[in-house]
Write a protein that binds this ligand. Structure first.
Ligand code: C2E
Ligand code: MG
Ligand code: MG
Ligand code: MG
Length: 292
């Protein structure tokens, strides 16, 4: 009976694997269509400083599929990384974000904004990564020092020299490197010193755990202090409550991103968030003014 159980299990596994495979194949086909049709969109999540001012935005990809509805990036980005589709998608994201950045630079109320763009590991590993990023930025007309590229600790694991070389080449033209989801990876604190970073982004699990978990709080405070000593800017992601905001501020983190301020917004909503229309004062009608 043991063999029988094992066989039944095996059959199940094969059935599930095939189902999974066909879902992935279908997703891949749909993604290819989306790339060809330009079905992706960027949303922008405001980044706020200690004075409550919008200082920049993170560009986040959005895919609204006719039948599947909104497909979250966490579902399609990993697959796109496996199939290689992340290369055309990533290039599109960078072009669109740089075009938007250049537009902001032409608007008085948006001139100061920076733009953060997520870069995936396989994008970064492309031999022509440096060349293609600098080309895209140059053609967009955006100021390179207003562009932040977000990478994750997973890219710090192998080929350290090559990684440092690529990062340095783009830093040399002004681009700022931000270490995304900091604290979730496996790199040591010395990584902060070994790579030409300009910013670290404290992961939302730390931000959320800070208030309830003392070790978490202590680690977060230590990271912020160390970053300060290394001249790295610190931004916290996933800030959802005033309590989180206050403890981050007390710990010395002065830049924030999260639902407390705003979710990621389409460009129209972002513009409104940036320059809200003054509250409309209802004209008082003559009738109301008339004395009885
Ligand atoms: P990420 O870069 O760490 O982006 C932050 C994620 O947290 C976003 O999810 C954002 O919508 C979400 N978020 C923002 N504020 C809050 C908050 O207060 N609370 C909580 N719980 N979440 C918040 P999103 O847009 O679904 O993106 C998920 C991930 O997908 C991103 O994580 C990033 O790794 C990846 N991604 C998104 N857009 C791109 C892209 O254009 N290229 C690449 N390579 N990856 C992308
Ligand atoms: Mg990010
Ligand atoms: Mg992040
Ligand atoms: Mg994250």
């Amino acid at each position: 009976t043991n063999t029988l159980t094992a066989m039944v299990e095996l059959v199940f596994i094969v059935v599930i694997m095939n189902a999974d495979l066909s879902v992935r194949r279908m997703m891949d086909v749909e993604m290819r269509k989306a790339v060809a049709n330009g079905d992706f969109q960027l949303h922008y999540q405001p980044q706020i400083n200690e004075a409550g001012k919008v200082v920049g935005a993170e560009a986040l990809i959005r895919w609204r599929h006719a039948k599947m509805g909104n497909v979250p990036p966490a579902e399609f980005i990993p697959l796109a990384e496996e199939t290689g589709l992340i290369i055309p998608i990533g290039n599109w994201v960078l072009r669109a974000a740089c075009a938007q950045l250049a537009q902001w630079e032409a608007q008085p109320e948006a001139q100061h904004l920076t733009m953060a763009v997520n870069v995936s590991a396989s994008q970064f590993r492309q031999p022509d990564f440096v060349q293609s990023v600098s080309e895209i930025v140059r053609l967009s007309g955006a100021t390179p020092s207003k562009l932040k590229l977000e990478l994750t600790e997973s890219m710090f694991v192998d080929n350290i020299d090559a990684t440092v070389a690529k990062m340095s080449a783009l830093k040399a033209i002004g681009i700022i490197w931000s270490l995304d989801d900091f604290g979730t990876g496996y790199s040591s604190l010395s990584a902060l010193n070994s790579f030409p970073l300009g910013q670290i982004k404290i992961d939302k699990t730390f931000v959320h755990g800070m208030l309830t978990n003392v070790p978490n709080m202590v680690v977060t405070e230590a990271i912020i202090e160390l970053a300060g000593k290394l001249n790295l800017q610190v931004i916290a992601e996933g800030v959802e409550t005033v309590e989180q905001l206050n403890s981050l501020r007390e710990a010395g983190c002065l830049n924030y991103q999260g639902y407390l301020f705003s979710p990621p917004l389409d460009i129209d909503a972002f513009s409104k968030f940036l320059s809200p229309e003054p509250p409309r004062i209802e004209p008082v009608s003559r009738h109301q003014l008339e004395l009885p």
